[in-house]
Design a protein around this ligand. Structure first.
Ligand code: AMP
Ligand code: ZN
Length: 116
């Protein structure tokens, strides 16, 4: 999917509304529109990358930043003690439906393993 047709690029550009909980120079965090847990946010890089599979060495620090921001948001929302789950779906077969890299962070209910 090209950047012009990308849902998350449109939300980041302000063309479609999003419920943002954090923004910085390299990423945004918004509440998932169809939450699967009491807290379900998406950490999304501002740069359009289709998936984790497209990330290269030059994105290594960005990938680390996304994980750390997700952890900070989970802490800020009071979920550090009970724990939280961080998920990246890569490819349609793994459940990816929006082809702009994003990290799900879920918390506030019991989590099962293995995930479905
Ligand atoms: P994935 O299936 O891993 O690609 O995750 C995409 C996520 O984006 C899903 O959990 C959707 O519920 C979520 N989503 C889709 N549209 C929106 C939107 N407009 N605002 C916030 N989250 C969205
Ligand atoms: Zn995009």
């Amino acid at each position: 999917m090209s950047e012009e047709n990308c849902l998350f690029c449109k939300i980041i550009a302000g063309k479609i509304p999003g419920d943002f909980v954090h923004q910085d120079e390299s990423c945004v965090v918004l509440r998932d529109i169809n939450p699967q847990a009491p807290m379900h946010v998406l950490v999304i890089p501002r740069a359009h990358l289709e998936s984790l599979d497209e990330a290269s060495q030059k994105e290594e620090s960005l990938l680390g930043h996304l994980l750390r921001v997700g952890a900070r948001v989970a802490n800020d929302q009071g979920h550090a003690e009970e724990g939280y789950r961080t998920v990246i779906n890569t490819g349609a077969g793994a459940g990816q439906s929006v082809f702009h890299l994003h990290v799900h962070v879920l918390a506030g209910r019991g989590m099962h393993w293995p995930p479905g």
